[in-house]
Design a protein around this ligand. Structure first.
Ligand code: C5P
Length: 224
């Protein structure tokens, strides 16, 4: 069977990662959470006091950052490692969400991450979710889906995820964070979030996860 690349792009908290993990499990593919990579860089910058206005400090820091993943297809648990340390829990916290879009708008950060992502997907057989996978990282991906959902629905989903991790955050604060990130992600000059011309548009507001997975798998079976 031919191995392909499945690119799931879209707004924050619209079901990309849950869908991507289940699709990857079903196909026996690797799952790559590119948002986690930008979150890990943000954590590193935060912990090492890297100033976002200092290009030299940023370049030096990027040299010292190694990101890897461990994906368990049976449990659909994906762990993110920053320099061999499991940072999966830490990078989901609100203080990282509040800073990540500023970090991911820095051109040198993007260049370094895109290079790593292209390396990770070189052999194909990957499901990658993010903002620029279908447009920049793998413009030749066989399946491209651009996902969205209504803001309120996305905020409720994100709040539920945070509660499951014992972080209680006000819904208004989550809505504001999603809006701010959407604005920065769609208006930045370097690879802004936008739908690739050949991507399928999927509004998940009224869809269950199973329906989302089914939709992507249907598209994949026509290409495999
Ligand atoms: O997917 P997630 O919400 O965890 O992504 C966190 C942030 O990382 C996004 O808001 C965006 O700023 C950035 N990101 C990006 N390009 C990607 C994936 C994520 O700029 N491919």
């Amino acid at each position: 069977m031919r191995k392909i690349i499945i690119a799931l792009d879209g707004y924050s908290a619209c079901g990309k990662s849950s869908t991507a993990k289940l699709v990857a499990s079903a196909l026996g593919y690797t799952y790559i959470d590119t948002g986690a990579m930008y979150r890990a860089v943000t954590l590193y910058f935060y912990e090492n006091y890297v100033e976002l206005t200092n290009p030299k400090a940023i370049a030096e820091a990027l040299e010292n950052i190694e990101i890897s993943f461990h994906f368990n297809p049976n449990t659909q648990k994906s762990d993110t490692f920053l320099n061999n340390l499991n940072v999966e829990e830490e990078i989901r916290k609100m203080y990282i969400s509040e800073r990540v879009s500023q970090v991911s708008a820095i051109p040198d950060v993007r260049k370094a991450m895109v290079r790593q992502q292209q390396k990770m997907g070189k052999k194909r057989g990957v499901v990658m979710d993010g903002r620029d996978i279908g447009t920049v990282v793998f413009p030749d991906a066989e399946v491209k889906v651009f996902m969205t959902a209504e803001l309120y629905t996305r905020a409720i989903r994100r709040q539920k995820e945070l509660i499951e991790k014992d972080e209680i955050v006000d819904l208004d604060e989550i809505i504001e964070n999603l809006q701010t990130r959407d604005r920065i992600d769609t208006t930045r000059t370097e690879s802004p979030l936008r739908k690739a011309e050949d991507a399928h548009f999927l509004d998940t507001t009224y869809m269950t996860i199973d329906e989302q997975v089914e939709y992507v798998l249907q598209l994949a079976t026509t290409k495999i």
